[in-house]
Each structure stands twice: as C-alpha cells, then as structure tokens.
Design a protein around this ligand. Structure first.
Ligand SMILES: Cc1cc2nc3c(=O)[nH]c(=O)nc-3n(C[C@H](O)[C@H](O)[C@H](O)COP(=O)(O)OP(=O)(O)OC[C@H]3O[C@@H](n4cnc5c(N)ncnc54)[C@H](O)[C@@H]3O)c2cc1C
Length: 384
C-alpha cells in the first residue's frame, strides 16, 4: 500500500465520485473529499438526462446494470419552437443501428438514486477513502496528483492559477416535479421559448421533471410565488393538450452559465474535471454527460500506465486538456448556438428557425445527425 500513488479528488458530486470509482480499479489510493456528508450529497432534488455515451461509460465501469432499476427511458423527443409554432418529434427509428437495440433515445435518473448506487459501489473498494477536507489536511498528506471536481461555482477556485473564461446568460433554471396528463408516453420535451427553453423530462407514469429557464429575476419571482400561481403560470405556456394535475416536492432555482477553466499554464499537479472544468447551458441535457466523458478520458490515460509514476504525471494535464478539447468545444458551441438562435424573438432569425424545422421534418438524415450527435457525442466510438 505504501508504494501506491496517492490521488486526491476534491469534490464528491457525480463527477468526483464516478472518478473515484473508475480510478479505484487501478493500483492507487484515492482520497475523496467534500464539505458535505454522505447523506447531504445523496439527498438533493435534482434530475439528469442520460445519453448513450454515458450508458457506454457506466457499462465500462460496471455501474450501468446496477443503475438500470432507477432509470426512466424515453423513446421520443419532442422539440418545438413556440415563437414560430414549429415542432418535430424524434424517435428511436432515427437512432444509428449500433444503439437502436436499446429502444431508448435516452434516460432520466434522479440524483438521489444515482448517488445511492454510487456510494454503495464506493463501499466495495478498500482503496477509496471518503473524508471531509479538514480531516485530510490534518493528516498532512502530500498527494501525487489532485483532481478538482468542485462544480461550476468559481469562488472555490481562487487559490489556483488558471485560465478562466465565463459567459453569463443572465438566466436561471427553475426546477420542480409535476403530475401531467395528455402527454405522450415515454416522451421528453424541449420547448424553445422567447425567455429560454423549457424542458420536461419523464419520470414515473405522468410524473415529469420541469426545467424552466428564464431571466434570473423572473425565476426568483416565480420561486417566491404561491405554488398554485406558479402552476397556473406554467399551464398558460404549455401546449393545450397538457393538463397539469399537481406539483410534487420542492421548487429549486439554479443559475446557468457557460464556463471553461484551464490550469494548463502552471506546473502544479492538478487538473479540473466535470463542471469545475466546463459548464454549459442545460439545454439538451449535456452537462453531466460531458463531465463523465472527462472521467472516461482520465481513466483511459492512467490505465495505459504511461502516467502512473510521479515523473510522468508532470505531463498528464497537457495530454488530458488536449484530448478533451474538441468534445468540450463542440458541446459548448452547440448549446450556446441553440440559446442564441432560439431564445429570442429576433425577426431576422424567424425564417431560419422555420426552415430548420421544415428540414428536420422532411429530411430523415438531418434528424438522424441531430439525434445521434446529441446522444452519442463525437467520442462514442472511442469509448472502449
Ligand atoms: C437546472 C439544471 C439542469 C441540469 N440538467 C442536466 C441534465 O438533464 N443532464 C445532464 O447531464 N446535466 C444536467 N445539468 C448539469 C449537471 O447538474 C452538472 O453538470 C453536474 O451536477 C456536475 O457535476 P459535478 O460533480 O462536476 O459538480 P457538482 O454536482 O456541482 O458537485 C461539486 C461538489 O463539490 C463540492 N465542493 C465544492 N467546493 C469544494 C471544496 N473546496 N472542497 C471539497 N468539496 C467541495 C460540493 O459540495 C459538491 O458536492 C443540469 C444543470 C442545471 C443547473
């Protein structure tokens, strides 16, 4: 045990914890830290959309089958533009052959179910030590490498020298669950609106997770209104065929931003992973899926053994940032373009928006490109 390298993963959100599980398969000691306790990390009211690239990654780390009982699959994705009254529905028949047998375009998972499965897996590995940062520093460890997975909040990173780019959308997302009638079964919805996109992710029968983007001030007003007023407000903007029954659980609000964080111009032994490396607008549900593709890349690089020595780890960050660059840039450009293009009432863009929906409805190859890119990402084939 004393000859093993000691790695510190700072931040035990879904990125940090999957990274610890992945790296525990190598001959390393993993010190995973967070300010929050195990219970606080598990019981958060969030929901994630999961793509086929993630299915392949979780399968590789032997988590997919354990998570399956908690996944809600959807086989239709309805996309509409409320400003131009255009819409299209993408189906499993639009998926590439290599993934169509799964019979799902994607899946939805509750944060608490996901983290429960992750923590149970963590318990099986004797080389992962989960602790608070305070406990770790009293042990005066010198770590061979650090992975910073502290999420999108920039305040946490003040002590490190890095290149930081951030774009604020001045938008926030309101999230809550509702019971809904009139919807298509196993269908996820993305409704582009002038104030921002509104996503409906299917959970249990008729139970939907709402992710409602608008200006931060409007989101805060809505957060502070009466629940029945909020439901009335939502029913006026949903298509007529939806009937809202009731709200379940709490209403939360999350700020949204686009950010990119590179620690490449210093020689310190750490890299950013997940949301602390990059964050995107939640349109299209790409955030966590991209974080886990970082984890996949780190595992592959360390699994080759070429970096498992204190000397060689010096060069780790250059290869890592280089490997991840194209996928992250692509996701960043696509999510940002969707917001620039569809979250407004710019009269010059309206004809283009109408044409894009006409093409999506008439040309199956365009539907296939859009859907497969969203769910597979450009690195799907490289996940082994
Ligand atoms: C409204 C909304 C909807 C979204 N929907 C989706 C979706 O459908 N699909 C999807 O893929 N993604 C989605 N995302 C994105 C997704 O939530 C994030 O990508 C994901 O949570 C990032 O995980 P993370 O572990 O990198 O960061 P976090 O989940 O933010 O975890 C960071 C952890 O680090 C800890 N921490 C912070 N500072 C320190 C410190 N100094 N020391 C120790 N610990 C520290 C925190 O306590 C926290 O536990 C959505 C985001 C938003 C805002």
């Amino acid at each position: 045990m004393s000859n093993r390298l000691n790695f510190n993963i700072v931040g035990s959100g879904p990125t940090g914890i999957l990274l610890s599980i992945a790296l525990s398969k190598l001959d390393l000691n993993i010190y995973l830290t967070d300010f929050l306790t195990r219970e606080q990390l598990i019981y958060q009211d969030k929901t994630y959309a999961i793509t086929h690239s993630t299915r392949k990654i979780l399968d590789k780390f032997r988590i997919w089958n354990k998570l399956k009982p908690y996944l809600y699959g959807f086989d239709k994705l309805s996309i509409s533009d409320s400003v131009t009254s255009s819409f299209t529905t993408l189906n499993v028949s639009d998926l590439d052959k290599d993934i169509s047998a799964e019979n799902n375009i994607g899946w939805v998972v509750k944060h608490s179910d996901l983290m429960n499965v992750f923590f149970l897996e963590l318990d099986n590995h004797s080389n992962i030590f989960f602790n608070t940062p305070q406990n770790i520093s009293t042990e005066k460890f010198i770590f061979d490498y650090k992975f910073i997975s502290t999420g999108a909040n920039p305040i946490n990173k003040k002590s490190f020298k890095f290149l930081y780019f951030r774009k604020s959308y001045n938008q926030s997302c309101l999230t809550f669950k509702v019971l809904l009638r009139g919807n298509l079964e196993r269908c996820a919805y993305e409704i582009f609106r002038e104030e921002g996109p509104l996503a409906l992710l299917p959970l249990n029968k008729n139970l939907y997770q709402i992710i409602w983007t608008s200006s931060t001030s409007k989101s805060i007003d809505r957060l502070n209104t009466d629940k029945s007023f909020l439901m009335d407000n939502l029913s006026t903007i949903l298509p007529d065929y939806f009937k809202l029954d009731e709200m379940i659980g709490e209403v939360n609000v999350f700020p949204v931003s686009l950010s990119l964080n590179l620690s490449i111009f210093n020689s310190k032994r750490f890299v950013f992973v997940g949301d602390s490396f990059h964050s995107f607008h939640p349109v299209g549900g790409q955030g966590l899926n991209t974080c886990w593709r970082d984890v996949n890349n780190i595992f592959d690089m360390l699994n080759e053994k070429s970096f498992i020595s204190t000397d060689k780890l010096k060069f780790f960050k250059f290869k890592y940032y280089l490997n991840r660059f194209i996928d992250i840039l692509f996701t960043l450009v696509i999510t940002d373009s969707l917001i620039t293009f569809f979250a407004n009432r710019n009269y010059l863009l309206i004809p283009l928006r109408k044409i894009s929906f006409i093409l999506l409805n008439k040309k199956s190859f365009i539907r296939q490109i859009v859907l497969n890119q969203m769910t597979k990402s450009i690195i799907y084939k490289t996940i082994k």
